[in-house]
Design a protein around this ligand. Structure first.
Ligand SMILES: [Fe+2]
Length: 329
């Protein structure tokens, strides 16, 4: 078996004084990492995009853009969210630390730099970053499984991605927080992941399912929960996976929850899932038009789907359909 080659971790050191850069580089000579340097904040932000470092050591007082602003911008960007940042500062005041924490800094080192302390902090934060990376691997794995479900059934191609994108739009229209909006995107993509455990003879059956086959297909919500359950990064998505087939009148599965007892994110994904299924061609029927699909959702509003959310869905999907790219779908 080929041994997995470990990627060398990269540390970005940002300081406007070349002597400080040299000093820190010297201190890190014994740490198993590659050091790259930037002499101001703007260059640092560009390097983060280009080199995807694993840790940033950031001087606070710099021309053009100070360390606080660099840190804040990093933590707000997708590539910087999970990137540990250490502020290196000559300022020992509590107020400066508080400001650093407010902009998302993970740790502080006070100048003059002690080699032993710097090496210990860098080693420990690089280990933390390795853990974050493994979490990312877990996310990639479940996405791959979601794609595998689509590969089993060609009529589902790209279905889950569209469900996720529409669910995210609904979340944004409702003014949900960023985390919930992210969960909707993710949850929309992986909500049917449990179908990987359903036999193809049932999953791909062109005609109507008999009672026994329907009972088998219903199990996909439990199988999905089992697959995603152990993954900490997917924990918040479990209600979407389990409850996306509940109906607001309480006649859905698996728990027969009604109305607001069904988790909000699951109610949103249920509508986006149904809409996309309705407009898609199936082996046994052609897809409905956009307005026919919306009319079907309206008929089921208040029994199958949350009536208020169906109204919100109308607004977002009408906006999307009026965009030229979506109109050609
Ligand atoms: Fe499902």
């Amino acid at each position: 078996m080929t041994e997995r080659v470990k990627r060398e971790q990269v540390v970005l050191v940002v300081d406007d004084h070349p002597l400080n850069l040299e000093l820190i580089e010297g201190c890190l000579a014994d740490v198993d990492c590659r050091v790259i340097t930037a002499t101001d904040g703007i260059e640092a932000l560009e390097l983060v995009k280009k080199e995807c470092p694993d840790l940033v050591l950031l001087d606070v007082m710099m021309p053009r853009m100070d360390g606080y602003e660099v840190c804040q911008r990093l933590k707000e960007s997708p590539e910087g969210k999970l990137l540990p940042v250490v502020m290196v500062t000559a300022l020992g005041q509590i107020a400066d630390r508080v400001r650093g924490l407010e902009v998302g800094a993970d740790d502080f080192i006070v100048k003059p730099i002690e080699r032993v302390e710097l090496v210990a902090r860098v080693r420990s934060l690089l280990r933390v970053k390795q853990l974050y990376d493994r979490l990312d691997d877990a996310q990639r794995t479940i996405f791959a499984l979601a794609r595998a479900v689509e590969a089993k059934d060609h009529s589902l191609e790209d279905h889950t991605r569209r469900v996720g994108l529409n669910a995210r739009h609904v979340g944004e229209a409702l003014g949900l927080d960023e985390e919930a909006v992210d969960d909707l995107l993710w949850g929309g993509v992986i909500h049917d992941i449990g179908k990987i455990g359903i036999p193809d003879s049932i999953l791909l059956k062109a005609g109507p399912l008999n009672v026994e086959e329907f009972e088998t297909i219903k199990r996909h919500v439990f199988i999905g929960e089992e697959i995603a359950g152990p993954l900490r990064s997917a924990h918040d998505l479990l209600p979407i996976i389990r409850h996306h087939h509940e109906r607001v009148d309480g006649s859905g599965y698996p728990d027969g929850l009604a109305g607001d007892a069904i988790p909000l994110l699951a109610r949103i994904v249920a509508i986006c899932d149904a809409y996309d299924a309705l407009i898609s061609d199936r082996p046994y029927r052609p897809g409905l038009s956009h307005s026919e699909a919306l009319a079907t959702l309206d008929r089921g509003a208040g029994t199958q789907w949350d009536a208020d959310l169906v109204k919100v869905f109308h607004t977002i999907v009408n906006d999307l359909v009026s965009e030229p790219e979506a109109a050609t779908r």
